[in-house]
Design a protein around this ligand. Structure first.
Ligand code: PBG
Length: 326
């Protein structure tokens, strides 16, 4: 049957019809809000390339989290800016580390909020790399021991989920065994299983002060040209015990999100990264795009591609827009 008997426009006639047949529904339940915590009191420093996103001291982060939970967003992801950086990133696994302090304060004020701690060395090392550096090379297996200590330390502070983001081989298995050995069998691992060596992380590196001082991340992060390889990374992380997996960035990799969704039964996350956010904010500030409309469209697109969870700096705005939708 074809035209004129068949008219797809019939189902688009009214808002009620469109809503009834809508295939993808966005809700604040889908969102994870990334936050940057820094030492000090009453610090609220806006990141220039990410308008609306701040480096926050713990007291300010607690206030901000109050807003996040009010909006119905179930989870946050924490990144820390340490007081001192060194070769092994000591603050990453210190009980007095900034993220450990933030987790304790935030969980005390919001026991039901899911607190996720990013586990990587780049914000904590003086060279800005995601691992131990020897002879200008990132050494995989020595790095795993540091990641184990950091994950255990976040679990001790009462993180619900740890999220290794350094793309070291074996990182999920190493963290799982360390958590289990220390009595944290119930702490989840959200693996940045498929993380590309992307230029879209630029603004984040300003926000987290974690840009590499030399070289790049291409020996551990994936080549943007590869999608088959994503399934290999996925299989390894499932074998090593990941509870959830993530694809990152999101918008240039919607095909990868779909492939990963179809290839496994785990919850799949997608990270709508800093550069993706910055592009929208810059265009909106110039009046070139309708921010609300494009943000809801792009988040819907990420979900339609197969993401169950969306890490996004737009989370608070989007939750507000969804709530106030006519
Ligand atoms: C590494 C990490 C990065 C991001 C999240 N975790 C930066 C990198 O790999 O260089 C990027 C997030 C974003 O751009 O929003 N700890």
């Amino acid at each position: 049957m074809s035209f004129p008997a068949t008219r797809p426009r019939r189902l688009r006639e009214t808002p009620a019809l469109r809503q009834m047949v809508r295939e993808t529904t966005l809700t604040p339940d889908d969102f994870i809000y990334p936050m940057f915590v820094i030492h000090g009191q009453n610090v609220r420093r806006e990141i220039k390339s990410m308008p609306g996103i701040y480096q926050l001291s713990v007291d300010q982060a607690v206030t901000e989290v109050g807003e996040v939970t009010q909006l119905g967003i179930p989870a946050i992801m924490l990144f820390g800016i340490p007081a001192v950086k060194d070769a092994v990133g000591s603050e990453n696994f210190s009980d007095q580390g900034i993220v450990q302090q933030a987790i304790r304060a935030i969980k005390a004020a919001n026991p039901n909020l899911i607190v996720i701690a990013d586990v990587c060395m780049c914000e904590y090392t003086d060279h800005g790399h995601c691992g131990i550096v020897e002879n200008d090379e990132i050494v995989n297996d020595a790095t795993l021991e540091i990641l184990q200590k950091a994950a255990v330390s976040y679990a001790q502070a009462k993180a619900d989920v740890v999220a290794p983001s350094g793309m070291m081989d074996g990182m999920v298995g190493a963290i799982r065994s360390a958590l289990d050995a220390e009595g944290f069998a119930s702490v989840n691992i959200l693996s940045y299983a498929i993380k590309y060596a992307s230029a879209f992380y630029g603004p984040f590196r300003e926000a987290a002060e974690g840009a590499p001082k030399f070289g790049d991340r291409k020996t551990h992060q994936m080549d943007p040209a590869n999608a088959r390889e994503a399934l290999r990374e996925l299989a390894l992380d499932i074998e090593e015990g990941a509870d959830m997996v993530m694809v990152k960035p999101a918008l240039p990799y919607l095909d990868v999100i779909r492939r990963v969704r179809d290839a496994c039964h785990l919850p799949v996350g997608a990270y709508n990264v800093s550069g993706e956010y910055a592009m929208i904010k810059a265009a909106a500030a110039n009046g070139w795009l309708d921010e609300r409309a494009v943000v809801l469209e792009l988040l819907t697109g990420i979900k339609r591609a197969g993401a169950d969870l969306i890490l996004t700096y737009h989370a608070k705005d989007a939750a507000r827009w969804l709530r106030d939708r006519d």
